[in-house]
Ligand binder design. Structure first.
Ligand code: FAD
Length: 230
């Protein structure tokens, strides 16, 4: 069995399936590390949203010793349609935000700004076949709203490991048998991805929903409810 856990540019995926990047279901992001960032709250992750770049957001995640992980990501369809240079847009975003500008005014970039692809789970793809399974980013399991994929990758690893044990137990490695991994994966993630895709599209069409969400999210009842998931 070949287990493709080789990320967004998965060679296993490229060699064994007909996967093609679909810009409506793919994200582009860049990430940078900064030193001497001011005004960071160490127990907060900061997210900045601009109506110009929906669906997408700028993040500033605190690290120890006044360091931060900063990045900017959005739907690839938007990047392509508006011919966005992510690096330039990243710097322009900082310039346009008084808060970010202030926090980063005395900071220095640590290393290079690096770009990545994000294969969203908003479209079901082939994740298994004869003698192979795909998981994590190789199986397009990134959340289409937040761009998070670590938890989903870990969970798909668990499902794949359980499936592999069954393969060896039953000495079955064929596509029909491996299809049960695909079914279990989408039985687990399918509804969540459909809901997240609906949210992603809604925020793009009706940006005011974000304002409503922020106001509601700040009420004590909703805050307490959300803390249960923290
Ligand atoms: C800028 C950015 C920020 C992100 N922030 C978050 C976040 O805050 N929270 C979150 O949950 N998710 C985040 N994600 C998404 C998250 O990083 C991925 O969804 C997650 O890492 C997927 O895990 P994976 O194991 O499938 O792939 P990867 O983490 O990409 O791991 C794949 C591994 O395979 C190796 N590999 C590739 N090709 C080969 C080869 N030919 N031979 C041998 N090894 C190979 C690679 O070196 C790599 O180690 C972010 C993504 C980006 C791009």
């Amino acid at each position: 069995m070949v287990v493709g856990a080789d990320g967004a540019q998965s060679i296993v995926n490229k060699q064994l399936t007909d996967y093609k990047i679909d810009l409506q279901h793919y994200g582009g992001a860049i990430r940078a590390y900064y030193l001497q960032v001011e005004g960071l709250e160490t127990d907060c992750t900061e997210v900045y949203i601009s109506k110009k770049h929906l669906p997408g957001y700028f993040w500033l995640f605190p690290l120890p010793n006044q360091q931060a992980n900063a990045g900017f990501g959005m739907l690839s369809e938007h990047i392509s349609k508006h011919r966005i240079n992510l690096k330039e847009a990243f710097y322009r975003f900082i310039e346009a935000s008084p808060m970010l500008k202030d926090k980063l005014k005395n900071s220095t970039l640590d290393g290079k700004i690096v770009g990545f692809g994000l294969p969203f789970g908003s479209k079901q793809v082939q994740v298994s076949g004869a003698h192979f399974l795909l998981l994590g980013d190789a199986a397009s399991l990134v959340d289409p709203v937040t761009g998070e994929g670590i938890g989903n990758a870990v969970y798909s690893g668990k499902l794949a490991a359980e499936h592999l044990l069954e393969c060896f137990k039953q000495q079955r490695f064929d596509a029909a048998f491996n299809e049960s991994y695909s079914q279990k994966l989408y039985a687990y993630f399918g509804t969540e991805f459909r809901q997240r895709t609906f949210l992603q599209r809604s925020f793009t069409k009706f940006p005011w929903l974000l304002d409503v969400g922020m106001v509601l999210g700040n009420t004590p009842v909703v805050k307490d409810y959300l803390k249960k998931f923290a």
